[in-house]
Write a protein that binds this ligand. Structure first.
Ligand code: FAD
Length: 445
């Protein structure tokens, strides 16, 4: 396994449990993957995650249109008062470390090392020789070592080295940027169990901007497809500007950026090398969700290896590994298609975005969306619901045209009056009202 994020750790866990000799390479054991960290409820039970890795339980998702229409999706309204349903908000450094250590405790050999070269053998069929810098000894700059393996799972994220050596082909990707911002207590209280999603050309021409709550701060960010990548900093400025009255006197503690794959790679299995998670390109359009799909694809790939190798007795072939792809595509192909279509319809113009937010006010739309997000179930609509949704869509799109704004305005503060906020913003030395400690990206886009 190359890569100790959710996809690599979840694959390693299954292989180690089956008694198959497994190495899990992670170049940085305290890696804080740039990420919103939102996970669906079903991930908690399916991957047996403890409460301690969840910073916040969001029960209110606030959608904000280009004209600042605000629609609350409240899980208590959809599912009743019980606190059972929530979106988990995690810090990746905490969640990843937990899953990685668990795989190691189950028997995977966790190596703190950067894999720098992969010799793929004859016709890429292996055995494979990995060259890596071993950082186990903290004092050294990395001792160069090699290891021969029969099979590789490429779980090394969006810029995957495994994908390169197996010639997996390129994919379309988005670039994303995020600032972690410490807020005054009052402002933080508002975000306690609430996340915000902003749409508008000012925050992204083809995606959305977000403010997600974390342990003691919020993460505010945005993304856009690679062709608009040059705009990313001005789009982040758009998020800051729209949310400035809610992020007033905030202090930026970290700025991070990273690509988000938006399409599966042309080849995900070559020889005895298989890609999972971001390396394979499994983030969904519209929502930009990738953590659950990374963990799940790692698990499904490993389960196929256990099955095809009869618990490690034989080495699976390319054909065996491709069975994991068929199962994956059968299970999630429709989900990816639907979210792709939604992104094309609703994220392309401000009138469509107004329509999108208006539709989110409908309880049937909310239930359908959250059933499929939280539980990863495809919910069949009743004919009457379908009819209602069709009329709703047409009506919203027509109204959306009239509502789309000519300029964008900041949303009002949720905890202070307008006079107080304006005074605070005027006193701030930085135009946006945010103080930036370091203005350097942690990872180049
Ligand atoms: C700004 C941003 C916000 C996001 N927000 C969300 C969100 O809120 N919810 C959600 O579900 N998804 C979100 N995503 C997507 C999500 O982060 C990814 O889909 C997810 O991290 C994929 O997991 P992975 O294990 O496949 O890869 P990664 O998490 O990228 O893990 C790969 C690991 O491999 C290691 N590695 C890489 N190369 C090597 C090497 N050569 N040798 C050794 N180790 C190596 C890396 O250090 C890393 O730890 C977001 C993405 C971005 C960029």
């Amino acid at each position: 396994m190359i890569g100790g994020g959710p996809s690599g750790s979840c694959a390693a866990e299954i292989l180690a449990k089956a008694g198959i000799k497994t190495w899990l390479f992670e170049r940085k054991l305290d890696n804080a993957k740039p990420c919103g960290g939102a996970i669906p409820l079903c991930m908690v039970s399916e991957f047996d995650l403890p409460e301690s890795i969840i910073d916040r339980k969001v029960r209110n998702m606030r959608m904000i249109s280009p004209s600042n229409r605000e629609v609350d999706i409240r899980l208590d309204k959809i599912y009743g008062e019980s606190e059972k349903e929530f979106i988990g908000m995690c810090r990746r450094e905490v969640m990843d470390a937990f899953m990685r250590n668990r795989a190691s405790e189950l028997g995977a050999n966790l190596i703190n090392g950067l894999v720098s070269n992969i010799d793929t053998g004859n016709n890429k069929q292996g055995p494979y020789t990995l060259t890596y810098s071993d950082y186990t000894n903290e004092d050294s700059n990395g001792e160069s070592k090699t290891l021969e393996v029969d099979l590789i799972i490429g779980a090394d994220g969006a810029t995957s080295r495994v994908a390169k050596v197996m010639d997996a082909g390129d994919y379309n990707y988005a670039v994303a940027i995020q600032e972690r911002i410490k807020l005054p207590e009052e402002e933080m209280k508002y975000y306690e169990d609430r996340a915000e999603m902003y749409v508008g050309t000012d925050v992204s021409p083809d995606f959305y901007g977000w403010v997600f709550p974390k342990y003691d701060h919020v993460a505010a960010g945005t993304g856009t497809m690679k062709e608009n990548g040059g705009l990313i900093k001005s789009l982040q400025q758009g998020v800051r500007e729209r949310a400035k009255k809610r992020l007033v006197n905030g202090e930026v503690i970290k700025i991070e950026a990273h690509p988000i794959p938006e399409h599966p790679r042309p080849r995900r299995v070559v020889g005895r090398m298989a890609l999972v998670g971001d390396a394979a390109g499994y983030v969904t359009k519209s929502s930009g969700e990738g953590i659950y799909f990374a963990a799940k694809s790692g698990r499904m790939c490993a389960e196929q290896i256990v099955e095809s190798s009869q618990g490690g007795k034989t080495i699976p072939t390319e054909k065996d590994l491709k069975k994991y792809l068929s199962k994956w595509d059968k299970k999630y192909g429709a989900t990816y298609k639907v979210l792709d279509i939604l992104q094309r319809i609703f994220y392309t113009s401000d009138s469509a975005r107004e329509a999108f937010v208006e539709m989110c006010d409908d309880i049937d739309v909310q239930r359908m969306t959250f059933d499929s997000y939280l539980y990863k179930t495809v919910v069949a609509m009743k004919p009457l619901q379908q009819l209602k949704l069709t009329f709703l869509t047409i009506g919203s799109v027509l109204r959306g045209r009239a509502l789309a704004p000519k300029t964008y305005k900041p949303v009002p503060s949720a905890v202070r009056n307008e006079q107080e906020i304006n005074k605070m913003l005027a006193a701030s030395t930085i135009k946006t009202g945010l103080k930036s400690k370091k203005d350097k990206l942690t990872e180049k886009v």
